[in-house]
Design a protein around this ligand. Structure first.
Ligand code: SF4
Length: 352
């Protein structure tokens, strides 16, 4: 089987533990496997089994997920872990039908977990698999929702009854590594001989990205013996990342160029944010950084335990304010940040 010889070596492919497979499938939605690997390892290290996840606070779960985006996945996983403890005595349900009744578990995740962990003969059809099947069967490309019911039936007919989990993973792997959205690599494709389109399928239309400029403030104070950073909580009803902590925004028109630390680009769904970060001492920030929500002074050594937005985490790592970037420790004051940031500046401008 092509999958046995060519599949990438990914940590969740070395386990049959339904909980670990479930975590990996939740993380892999909307996110590439290469990005997920480190998050998966850290998450499983921190919450090695379902009871440990169910016992954890939401803040601890969001902190472990921080940077991966689409935080609704983390909340649903957490809520579902608690439901499994309460309703299934801690045993992950073994059928797609039962799994899909858990909070936030969709048809795809239920089928993926049931087939990979329990061997249920059911097809898991995500965006990658949809693309492979559409091309392989020669369907007209139409928006996902209109086609997915038919494609699921097609996939059910094709699924290997002896190795349904491996079949589903092979289809996902094919979509992620060979049958690529823009340029499918048909000459390397194991199903080339039977494919109706063989690369003649039109490329998926490029998603139109919006642009937005924002300015954020790194406000730091020394409250001996600790250094603290001012963070702001996103409101619980915010459409994106509710309940996550972020750097406060600088009042429009009040940017101060000589305290500029960093300029980066950050993408969230269909928007590219062009972000300028200014360094301010606690005594200077009032009037420049009006409060838009609940605020807190957080010791630098505690930053890694906070559920930070991906953008906040990226900025703090790049400025070496929190560990995870070239091994720097969390003890740098703004003057030092400026000097370090100058070195980083060129490579950081509009880079990810
Ligand atoms: S032959 Fe090409 S278009 Fe067909 S499934 Fe393989 S990679 Fe995709």
């Amino acid at each position: 089987m092509w999958f046995d010889a060519c599949a990438r070596d990914l940590p969740w492919r070395h386990t049959r533990d339904p909980y670990a497979i479930w975590v990996s499938e939740a993380m892999l939605q909307q996110t590439r496997a290469a990005v997920v690997v480190e998050y998966y390892r850290r998450f499983i290290e921190e919450f090695p089994d379902l009871p440990s996840l169910a016992r954890a606070s939401e803040d601890a779960v969001l902190a472990a997920w921080s940077g991966l985006g689409y935080y609704r996945r983390a909340r649903s996983l957490h809520e579902s872990a608690r439901a499994v403890m309460a309703e299934y005595q801690g045993r992950v349900p073994s059928t797609a039908a039962e799994l899909s009744r858990l909070p936030g578990v969709g048809v795809y995740t239920a089928a993926a977990v049931a087939s990979i962990a329990f061997g249920e003969r059911i097809a898991a059809v995500d965006g990658n698999v949809e693309r492979v099947l559409t091309r392989y069967l020669g369907h007209e490309p139409v928006p996902g929702a209109a086609r997915s019911g038919q494609l699921r039936l097609d996939a059910m007919r094709l699924v290997d009854p002896k190795r349904p989990g491996d079949f589903n993973q092979a289809m996902m792997e094919l979509g992620a590594t060979v049958c690529l959205p823009k340029v499918p690599m048909c000459l390397r494709c194991p199903v080339h001989a039977g494919c109706r389109t063989r690369g003649a399928h039109p490329a998926a239309p490029a998603r139109r990205m919006l642009s937005r400029k924002i300015s954020l403030a790194l406000v730091q104070r020394k409250d001996w013996p600790k250094s603290e950073l001012l963070l702001e909580l996103r409101p619980p009803d915010a459409p994106q990342m509710p309940g996550m902590w972020e750097l406060p925004e600088v009042k429009q028109g009040r940017e101060i160029s000589d305290s500029q630390l960093l300029t980066i680009r950050h993408s969230i769904t269909n928007t590219n944010y062009y972000v300028t970060v200014y360094g301010l001492h606690a005594s200077d920030h009032k009037g420049l950084v009006p409060a838009a929500g609940e605020r807190k002074w957080v010791p630098l050594v505690e930053l890694h335990n906070r559920p930070l937005t991906g953008l906040a985490r990226k900025i703090l790592k790049r400025l070496k304010v929190m560990p995870g970037y070239s091994g720097a420790g969390p003890s740098i004051m703004i003057g030092d940040v400026v000097r370090d940031a100058e070195k980083e500046f060129e490579s950081a401008i509009f880079g990810n």
